[in-house]
Design a protein around this ligand. Structure first.
Ligand SMILES: Nc1ncnc2c1ncn2[C@@H]1O[C@H](COP(=O)(O)OP(=O)(O)OP(=O)(O)O)[C@@H](O)[C@H]1O
Ligand SMILES: [Mg+2]
Length: 248
């Protein structure tokens, strides 16, 4: 059953297996429009699998359902949903044989049928927004990690997604480049973008997240508003995880 209006995304009791291994174990996560949700947890806890299921990079879930605006995204005929949910990856996933501008123009032209001139205009505007206007004709190899990630965010924004999924977007970056990417994510959150961010940047989580989820062994262990998540963690595991991250 879907509430339709209240949630933009409903991940309900989702189980995802790889062979006999259960990567997601009856996970429920709900996202309201304009919310910024942060997901953290140890390596192998299923964070990437969860966002990959939402982005339909995985071909199916084993049980449960994922609803976008009340519609099951894995239902036959729901393929259009894919355009509505953008994703930003840890390793950028840019096309290295294309310029930055071409990377950004590609999906609007091929997925949405936008004309070349309009796609270029849009790419320019997006690049200006992330302070990369001068790199439009550069190839990804010529960019720093932070610049690559900013370009990748532009590519995601070019499809005007309704929800953006970030999977550890800063963990491949040198420390001095993390801020420039987090600042863009903060701006997107402030502008009311509905987003799910898998990240261990707990400072970002504290400042920006409406809610934080701690995952472990494929389960949603704890979910709370950001203040209580840090100040009054319910689970001993959450507390241990927070302490471990803050020590690094
Ligand atoms: N395609 C796959 N085939 C088999 N096992 C997989 C596959 N994808 C993920 N897994 C397993 O599922 C579990 C969860 O992986 P996932 O990548 O979701 O973890 P994660 O929380 O994102 O970890 P990290 O913090 O290291 O990115 C891991 O044990 C992983 O080995
Ligand atoms: Mg991961």
């Amino acid at each position: 059953m879907s509430s339709g209006e209240e949630y933009i995304l409903e991940i309900r009791n989702v189980t995802k297996k790889f062979g006999s291994f259960t990567a997601l174990d009856d996970v429920t996560v709900m996202l309201k429009p304009h919310e910024c949700l942060v997901i953290c947890g140890p390596s192998g806890s299923g964070k990437s699998t969860l966002v990959r299921c939402v982005n339909m990079i995985e071909s199916r879930v084993d049980s449960g359902e994922i609803l976008y605006r009340g519609k099951n995204i894995y239902a036959r005929g729901a393929h259009d949903v894919r355009k509505k949910i953008g994703m930003v990856f840890q390793q950028f996933n840019l096309f290295y044989h294309l310029t930055v501008e071409q990377n950004i123009m590609l999906a609007p032209m091929h997925v949405k049928g936008v004309g070349k001139a309009e796609a270029r205009e849009k790419a320019s505007a997006l690049l200006a927004r992330v302070d990369l206007a001068d790199k439009a004709q550069a190839y990804p190899i010529e960019l720093s990690g932070g610049q690559k990630q900013r370009a990748a965010i532009c590519r995601c924004l070019a499809l005007e997604p309704d929800i953006i999924l970030f999977d550890e977007p800063t963990s491949a970056l040198d420390p001095e480049m993390i801020k420039e990417v987090l600042d863009i994510m903060k701006a997107l959150a402030s502008a009311g973008t509905s987003m799910i961010c898998v990240t261990h940047e707990l400072g970002f989580a504290k400042e920006v997240a409406d809610r934080i989820i701690f995952m472990e062994t494929g389960k949603n262990i704890e979910e709370n508003n950001s203040q209580d998540f840090f100040e009054h963690p319910k689970s001993i595991r959450t507390r241990a995880f927070i302490n471990q991250i803050l020590k690094v």
